[in-house]
Design a protein around this ligand. Structure first.
Ligand code: KG4
Ligand code: ZN
Length: 329
C-alpha cells in the first residue's frame, strides 16, 4: 500500500505547531513553537496575544516542518488541521492557513478535533495500540473519560462538571506562588512533600469529575495559613485528584469491559498520576501514555487523528470554520 503523508497543523491555544507524519503513526517532523514565555508574565494565556503570535509564526513553522521531514509540498497527501475546541482567534489562524494551503497545493483538507488528537498521541508512541480502549484525556482545557470504540468512533463516559484538571493545577500553583504553567511545578514540588493534609471530599454521582471544590479548598488553606508546607499541599492535592481519576477510570473500564487504559493531554505528563496508573498493571490492566513531548499540544497528534479520518473517507471543504466548543462524539 502507498504511504500516506499527513501535514498536521495545530493552533488551538498557545502552541503553533506543524508536523509531518507518515501513515498516521511515524513522525517525520513535529515543530512546536511554544508561546509559554510570552504568556508567563500574565499568569495565563491571553487570547489576543496568542492569535497574533500564531499569525507571525505559522509560515516559518510550516517551512521548518517540511525541511526537517525532507519533503516538498507535492509529497503531502492531505492536510489535517485542528478546528476545535480551543480559543476562537487562535483556531482561526490554523484553519485559515490550512484552507489557503489546501487550495494552493490542491491537496485535501481534513478537519480535526483537538481532543481526538490528544488521544491519537498514544498511537504514535505505541505502535501496537488499537481500539477499543478507554482514554482519560486530562489537559488544561479538558477532563474527559472517553471510550474509544474505533479510530473515529467515541463515546464520552464522564467529564468535568466545572474546571478542567489542568486549570486546577495551574490555579493551585499560582496561589502558592509557583508561577505559570503550574502543572510541571506542582509535579516537581510534590515530590518533596507528603500527602498528609486532609482535603474535603467532593461527591459526584456517576462518572463525572469536579475540580472547583478542591481548588477552592487549597486556596482557603493557603490563605488561612500562608506558612503551610507547600510541598505537602502539592502532594495532597495530587493524591486527591489522582484518587478521583483512578476511581472513575476503573468504574468505567469495568462498565465497558476493557482492560486497556490510555492517558492523554498535558496533565498526563504528571509523574504521580502516571505512576499510580502504571501500578494498575498489577491488577491486570494495560496502561499507555504518550511520550512527554506528545502529551502537551503538538501537531503530530493532530496529523495522526486526521489520518484516521482521512482513510475513513472524510474531507472538509473551504467553508470550514473554527468551532471553539467542539465536542467529541
Ligand atoms: O494538553 P495541553 O498542552 O493543553 C490543553 O489542550 O489544554 O495541557 C496543558 C496543561 C496545563 O494546565 C499544564 O499545567 C498541564 O497541562 N501540565 C501538567 C504537567 N505538565 C503539563 N500538569 C501536571 N503535571 C505535569 N507534569
Ligand atoms: Zn491540548
Amino acid at each position: 500500500m502507498k504511504d500516506i503523508i499527513t501535514l498536521g497543523i495545530e493552533s488551538s491555544c498557545d502552541e503553533t505547531s506543524v508536523a509531518v507524519v507518515r501513515n498516521g503513526r511515524e513522525v517525520l517532523s513535529n515543530i512546536i513553537n511554544s508561546q509559554i514565555s510570552i504568556h508567563e508574565r500574565f499568569g495565563g494565556v491571553v487570547p489576543e496575544i496568542a492569535s497574533r503570535n500564531h499569525v507571525e509564526a505559522i509560515s516559518d513553522v510550516t517551512e521548518k516542518a517540511l525541511k526537517e521531514a525532507k519533503i516538498a509540498y507535492s509529497d503531502i497527501d492531505h492536510i489535517a488541521c485542528t478546528y476545535g475546541p480551543g480559543l476562537v482567534g487562535a483556531l482561526l489562524v490554523g484553519v485559515a492557513y490550512a484552507k489557503g494551503l489546501s487550495y494552493a497545493i490542491q491537496k485535501p483538507l481534513v478537519a480535526t478535533n483537538h481532543i481526538e488528537g490528544h488521544i491519537a498521541a498514544n498511537y504514535i508512541t505505541h505502535e501496537e495500540l488499537e481500539p477499543p480502549f478507554l482514554c482519560l484525556v486530562i489537559s488544561g482545557g479538558h477532563t474527559h473519560l472517553v471510550y474509544i470504540k474505533d479510530y473515529t468512533k467515541f463515546e464520552i463516559l464522564g467529564k468535568t462538571r466545572d474546571d478542567a484538571i489542568g486549570e486546577a493545577f495551574d490555579k493551585v500553583a499560582r496561589v502558592i506562588g509557583l508561577g505559570y504553567p503550574g502543572g510541571p511545578k506542582v509535579d516537581k514540588l510534590a515530590k518533596e512533600g507528603k500527602a498528609c493534609i486532609e482535603l474535603p471530599k467532593t461527591h459526584i454521582d456517576g462518572l463525572d469529575f469536579s475540580f472547583s471544590g478542591i481548588k477552592t479548598a487549597i486556596i482557603n488553606l493557603h490563605h488561612k495559613n500562608p506558612d503551610i508546607n507547600k510541598a505537602d499541599l502539592c502532594a495532597s492535592f495530587e493524591k486527591y485528584v489522582t484518587d478521583m481519576l483512578i476511581e472513575n477510570a476503573l468504574k468505567s473500564a469495568e462498565q465497558i469491559g476493557v482492560k486497556t487504559i490510555a492517558l492523554a493531554g498535558g496533565v498526563s505528563a504528571n509523574s504521580y498520576i502516571r505512576q499510580n496508573f502504571i501500578d494498575l498493571e498489577n491488577k491486570g490492566y494495560k496502561i499507555y501514555y504518550p511520550e512527554p513531548i506528545l502529551c502537551t499540544d503538538n501537531a503530530a497528534m493532530i496529523a495522526s487523528a486526521g489520518y484516521y479520518r482521512f482513510i475513513n473517507g472524510e474531507q472538509a471543504d473551504l467553508t470550514l470554520n473554527a468551532v471553539p466548543n467542539l465536542k467529541i462524539e
